[in-house]
Design a protein around this ligand. Structure first.
Ligand code: RIB
Length: 294
């Protein structure tokens, strides 16, 4: 089984701040760094660092061409990553003293994908492969439909959540990975068990993975109902923790680990990622995750 991740690639501009700026407020920052990021790119690198075979499809602007080389050096197949003439995606990220973040996105080239890009990507897939998607590119709905029609298992992480997600062909999704905020928006419920219950009722053939930060993960699929605990660590920067979880969880599934173990692998990797600054650079390698003794 191979994983095709059709997703965003961003250059992240990260500012350390005492608190996240409020409307109308101008604040200073104590540090600045530029990192590789983008939910899609982070998830591909998490998959590769976990040891999974992953192919990434997406588009960069000329100023972000270095991201392609960086991902290739990680073992991600980047043949389907193109570099265009228009500016690529970037993110302005504030990280506060508690490690929490606030992200402003510019989609750029991530939002210039076309139907021919979809065709080119799906042609390299085989029935039974996984198609991993987020919500930072412009053709997610079309990819869900085309991927499922091609016999792929579509794994959707609807982040960042927007109203448009409600109109996606969600009944074709095979695995949902959602946080509490995304789950609440999708289900209309607020309490985690009710969110998982509602999504499982609406999408009875799908696996529902609801991530709850420090409260762990809820998993629902048909009659299966699991809760897996998270690991407590001192957070430095929570950026890309969700992306790290998804990459390691899917890598575990691709290894045919029992689902509890695949989720636990994701939780361990995510816990380690928040102890390090940055997005892609904070994702741990598999040896560190295996050696993690909380
Ligand atoms: O999930 C973290 C990512 O979200 C960052 O790397 C940023 O680029 C945004 O896409």
């Amino acid at each position: 089984m191979q994983i095709l991740n059709f997703g965003s690639l961003n250059v992240d501009h990260v500012y350390r701040v005492e608190h996240i700026s409020r409307p109308g407020e101008t604040i200073g920052s104590s540090a600045y760094a530029m990192y590789a990021g983008g939910k899609g790119a982070n998830q591909s690198v998490a998959l590769a660092r976990a040891g999974a075979a992953v192919r990434h499809a997406g588009r960069l602007g000329p100023e972000g061409a270095w991201l392609r080389e960086k991902m290739a050096a990680e073992g991600v197949d980047v043949d389907l990553v193109t570099v265009g003439d228009t500016p690529g995606g970037h993110a302005i990220i504030q990280v506060d003293a508690q490690g929490q973040n606030s992200i402003l996105l510019f989609g750029g080239a991530n939002r210039e994908m076309s139907v021919s890009d979809i065709r080119r990507a799906l042609v390299v897939c085989t029935k039974g492969d996984v198609l991993l998607l987020q919500n930072e590119i412009n053709v997610t709905a079309e990819l869900i439909a085309a991927g499922q029609a091609a016999g792929l298992t579509v794994c959707l992480n609807p982040a960042p959540m927007t109203d448009a997600v409600h109109a996606f062909p969600l009944d074709r999704v095979g695995i949902f990975v959602v946080n509490e905020h995304e789950g609440a928006d999708l289900s209309g419920k607020t309490e985690p068990d009710a969110i998982a219950e509602e999504l499982a009722a609406r999408y009875p053939r799908a696996q529902i993975v609801l991530t709850l930060g420090a409260d762990g993960v809820l998993y629902r699929c048909g009659p299966r109902n699991l809760r897996v605990k998270a690991y407590r660590v001192k957070a430095v920067d929570t950026t890309a923790a969700g992306d790290t979880f998804i990459g390691y969880f899917l890598a575990g599934m691709a290894e045919d680990l029992p689902v509890e173990q695949a989720i636990d692998l994701g939780c361990r990797a995510a816990a380690l990622s928040v102890t390090r600054p940055g997005a892609m650079d904070s994702i741990p390698v598999r040896a560190d995750v295996d050696a993690f003794r909380p």
